[in-house]
Design a binder for this molecule. Sequence first.
Ligand code: SF4
Length: 294
Amino acid sequence: MKVITAEHAGFCFGVQRAVEEAEKCAENAGSEVFTYGPLIHNESVIHDLEEKGIFAVETDLEEAFLSENPATEGRTRQKRPNTIIIRAHGVGRETEKRLKERYEHVVDATCPFVKKIHKIVAEHSAAGEQIVITGSPSHPEVIGIRGWVQGDSYVISNEQEANALDLDASRKVCIVSQTTFHFNKFKDLVEIVKQKVYDICAFNTICNATEERQREAAQLAQEVDAMLVLGGENSSNSKKLFEICSQACENTYFLQTSDDLDRSTLLSFDSIGITAGASTPHYIIEEVQKKCQK
Ligand code: SF4
């Protein structure tokens, strides 16, 4: 059985950086280390981090606490002597401010590519432009991006939503994308918005890591008999890889770890391709490779 792993699979630059940052904090901090929400969408990595003393706080609970207990005017809030890490997805301006009020140390591990989007939407919305984001409205990255917009923002994820957008045709529109959005879909949605408003500027903010993985996965899925996509069950970029691979290869399987791999299913195939989302650690890829080759 031939097993081919995509050249770019697993941890992307932003996730690698956030995990290293968290581990460094845990080594040096004299107090507890928290992450604002799970650092990445991968259960195995979260478990490893917990063993190193790094725990995720529930963003919903934290948000509720922060908004119900604002710092009293003129006095600073009594800070928790702990460290909180902002994950690669980033957070909105207001959340960042509140975290700084509540925690002694705030470590910002927002991926620089996401930071760039915050800057674009902050500047363009301050200039009075309407902001449209292609992506999922409930994804933390998109929630964070909206948190840097002054005024209204719109999130669209499909043609129907783009067609239904109620924009002010006399005002300029700035379009950005969630970093993990599908590139061709982004182009299509931009075309629809262009027909509604004359003056638009579109920033392709889909990150290379995502594009690279999607392109390679689509290519590999066409060449093999079966395709394995590795990722956490809440990882949107892994799910997109699965969607792309399924279109090219009908025998596409989604696995979280090597435990999910049923070798008997694969025995009838001569060639197997492996790809992995940006939140999948390298050791999981290796374990799956070994199990396939056994
Ligand atoms: S997928 Fe891209 S934008 Fe997202 S964390 Fe990784 S490198 Fe950064």
